[in-house]
Design a protein around this ligand. Structure first.
Ligand code: SF4
Length: 356
């Protein structure tokens, strides 16, 4: 790592971010990529690969806590298709990038945004709001679509040659793929994807936390990657699907959660939590019955099975009959719930008295 760079590039690892960073590097600038990580996107595992494949040095920035705050206070610019607060997310990243840019003595921020590529965050008005609210208008350069905008102060100052930048727009990838071939990129990342807030499978699991807790923690969101999640009001029973799920879920069991494990039958690990207070005996019995219902052997044999319960430092055992539908009405979250919740939240926001 250098101590100083000319440009700080937002680097998701997607094709547009790679091309934008390489266009800046191609103009002779030393470029540092900033790769944001959180429970929803990003991974610190690819830094070496990116350096080898694309010749871009990349540093990770963990924004898990800031992102948990953002979701808790509800994004100023709303959600996209599911729980993705894209405009607020971009503002957050650009603000962080500006701080890093200054720390490295860099003169501009490079972004792979393309006008018109994404419905929420890459419309002209959204791009405008992002650069304004993040306070980066003077230093932000979007090399792939720079010619669709007036040169920014950084371009006017000659940090980058505006005339040599590009005029790409719209949703297709044709121009980007041609540019990647021209640059001789050894590997082209797949189109889009990568943000779990936009994926139905994960977004629907985040919702019970978001709608019931004042501020879910990054660990709450991380736990949504593992197991089947059944909810009955404020009660969560997370049940491992595979061996690695079981191992991962085991790491999320807190002191006040119940960790459930079948005693004499092979079966999944279960985690029981209540968001509104201590778990009760009835919760334990029902979550244990639910967990046991995922043991084919226990179901085949019929009758009661033993489930060990680890709760607040003590280990006990309960006997339950496997039951996929215990009385409290446990069910998996549905993607329709996300849409309904967003509508309700927006309606209640609109009803709040406006500050004069
Ligand atoms: S898709 Fe996810 S990572 Fe991308 S801008 Fe939207 S919220 Fe941020």
């Amino acid at each position: 790592m250098n101590e100083q760079y000319d440009a700080l590039a937002l680097f998701s690892g997607g094709l547009d971010s790679i091309l934008a960073a390489k266009l800046a590097a191609g103009q002779g600038l030393s470029v540092l990529g900033a790769h944001f990580v959180s429970p929803f996107f990003g991974s610190a595992r690819s830094l070496d690969r990116w350096w080898k494949l694309y010749g871009i040095q990349v540093q990770t920035l963990d924004v898990s806590e800031e992102f948990a705050d953002l979701l808790a206070r509800r994004p100023d610019h709303g959600f996209g298709k599911l729980l993705n607060p894209c405009i607020d997310c971009k503002i957050l990243m650009m603000r962080k990038a500006r701080i890093l840019m200054e720390a490295y003595g860099a003169k501009c921020i490079i972004s792979g945004e393309v006008l018109g590529q994404r419905p929420m965050s890459q419309r002209r008005d959204a791009l405008d709001i992002i650069s304004r609210d993040a306070g980066v208008r003077d230093v932000l350069v979007r090399p792939l679509c720079a010619k669709k905008f007036q040169p920014t102060a950084a371009e006017q100052a000659g940090v980058l040659d505006h005339g040599a930048l590009l005029n790409i727009g719209g949703r297709g990838r044709k121009d980007q793929l041609a540019l990647a071939a021209e640059m001789g990129l050894q590997e082209i990342p797949p189109a889009a994807g990568g943000c779990k807030l936009t994926e139905p499978e994960t977004a629907k699991r985040y919702l019970p936390f978001i709608s019931q807790l004042e501020r879910p923690s990054p660990e709450d969101y991380q736990m949504c990657d593992f197991g089947r999640h059944y909810w009955a009001g404020p009660r969560l029973a997370a049940i491992g699907r595979r061996k690695d799920d079981n191992e991962q879920l085991g790491g999320f069991v807190r002191f006040d959660d119940a960790g459930l494990k079948l005693v004499r039958h092979p079966g999944p690990l279960g985690l029981l939590r209540r968001l509104d207070g201590p778990v009760e005996d009835q919760d334990v019995l029902e979550a244990a019955a639910l967990a046991a219902s995922f043991s084919p052997k226990a179901c085949r044999e019929g009758g009661k099975v033993g489930v060990s319960v680890r709760l607040r430092g003590t280990q006990t055992e309960v006997e339950v009959v496997p039951d996929r539908e215990p009385p409290l009405g446990w069910s998996e979250p549905k993607v329709e719930d996300v849409k309904a919740w967003k509508e309700k939240t927006l309606a209640s926001e609109a009803e709040k008295p406006q500050t004069p």
